[in-house]
Design a protein around this ligand. Structure first.
Ligand SMILES: Nc1ncnc2c1ncn2[C@@H]1O[C@H](COP(=O)(O)OP(=O)(O)O)[C@@H](O)[C@H]1O
Ligand SMILES: Cc1ncc(C[n+]2csc(CCOP(=O)(O)OP(=O)(O)O)c2C)c(N)n1
Ligand SMILES: [Mg+2]
Length: 277
């Protein structure tokens, strides 16, 4: 019997979605009307996987919603509505849920994404499943697939140690920057960094059919280089463009298909993967 542990998250997703055409980016992009494309995404936030039992409720609420908002940013899109499924045990402290929902209201005031429904059901641990609906001007979503040889590679902020610093619970979804980047008309590929720069850049390389060279001295980091490359949950934007931007420029796209080099040497693949922990 083959299990998810044998396959790992990424192989399993690839196999399950092999025949699904719309799948593969941070959000799905679908035709809506003459002006806009529809943007859809969802993310589960699970106790002991994405947060701890002692994580303050406001931080849980922040991460649950802002992970989804970060996926909208990754497309250069505007989030509009959220639907939230809460799974919890009968012993769940109710005030924790009230504080999570108070955080949702605060985030609505800041980012304009309103919770318009959801569900509540019983399960073994606390889970928040957030579904997001939004839009982007027609044909303008920034995909992972447009990077070209010679493009610069940028990140919008420091990487690594998001667990130690608590950034994984406090990060700002980069919606404003994402809009400016989209409106510049020069960004060729974009995504957000959830699994670490080394893993997520590979997604852009694969989708775009290109390679990349990273320059370790240019990677903005909180701790070690290793942590910046592999920790994940930074929720910064990673994007490629031939234009100059006032963001850290960490490398260059090359024509060497799917080859990823760091200071001239092949970069090892290693990252958080569900079912392999
Ligand atoms: N269970 C699933 N069913 C259908 N599509 C999925 C499933 N899990 C992931 N995907 C799709 O596969 C792609 C890669 O997923 P993932 O690596 O989780 O991306 P992300 O890091 O942006 O969440 C995304 O386009 C996502 O929508
Ligand atoms: C409490 C806690 N445990 C473990 C981790 C490590 N971790 C959990 S999920 C994850 C990667 C991102 O989560 P995933 O569900 O794969 O999000 P996606 O990439 O699909 O958006 C990491 C680095 C963490 N940040 N916090
Ligand atoms: Mg995922």
């Amino acid at each position: 019997m083959k299990t998810l542990k044998d396959m790992g998250e990424h192989n399993a997703i690839a196999a399950l979605t092999a025949n699904l055409k719309a799948v593969g980016d941070d959000c799905a992009v679908l035709p809506l009307d003459d002006q806009y494309d529809l943007i859809l995404t969802s993310d589960p936030l699970i106790e002991n996987v994405h947060f701890f039992s002692e994580t303050p409720p406001e931080r849980i609420g922040h991460k649950a919603v802002c992970r989804v908002l970060s996926d909208f940013a990754a497309m250069g899109a505007e989030p509009q509505y959220l639907v939230v499924n809460v799974v919890a045990s009968p012993a769940q402290d109710f005030q924790t849920l009230e504080r999570i929902y108070a955080e949702f209201s605060s985030l609505w005031e800041i980012y304009g994404a309103e919770v318009v429904g959801g569900d509540l059901a019983q399960g073994p641990v606390l889970e928040l499943h957030v579904f997001g609906v939004g839009r982007v001007p027609k044909g303008k979503a920034l995909l992972r697939s447009g990077a070209k040889s010679g493009d610069h590679i940028y990140v919008t902020g420091p990487l690594g140690c998001s667990q130690q610093t608590g950034k994984q619970f406090r990060f700002e979804p980069r919606l404003e920057w994402a809009k400016e980047l989209r409106e510049s008309g020069t960004v060729t590929a974009m995504m957000d960094v959830s699994d670490g720069l080394a893993t997520d850049l590979r997604h852009i390389l694969k989708a775009s059919g290109v390679g990349a060279e990273l320059d370790s001295s240019e990677i903005p980091r909180v701790g070690t280089l290793e942590e910046a490359l592999y920790d994940g949950e930074d929720f910064e934007l990673l994007f490629t463009s031939p234009a100059e931007f006032d963001f850290p420029k960490v490398g260059t796209i090359t024509g060497n298909t799917e080859e990823l080099l760091l200071d001239g040497n092949p970069l090892k693949a290693k990252a958080f993967e569900h079912f392999r922990k």
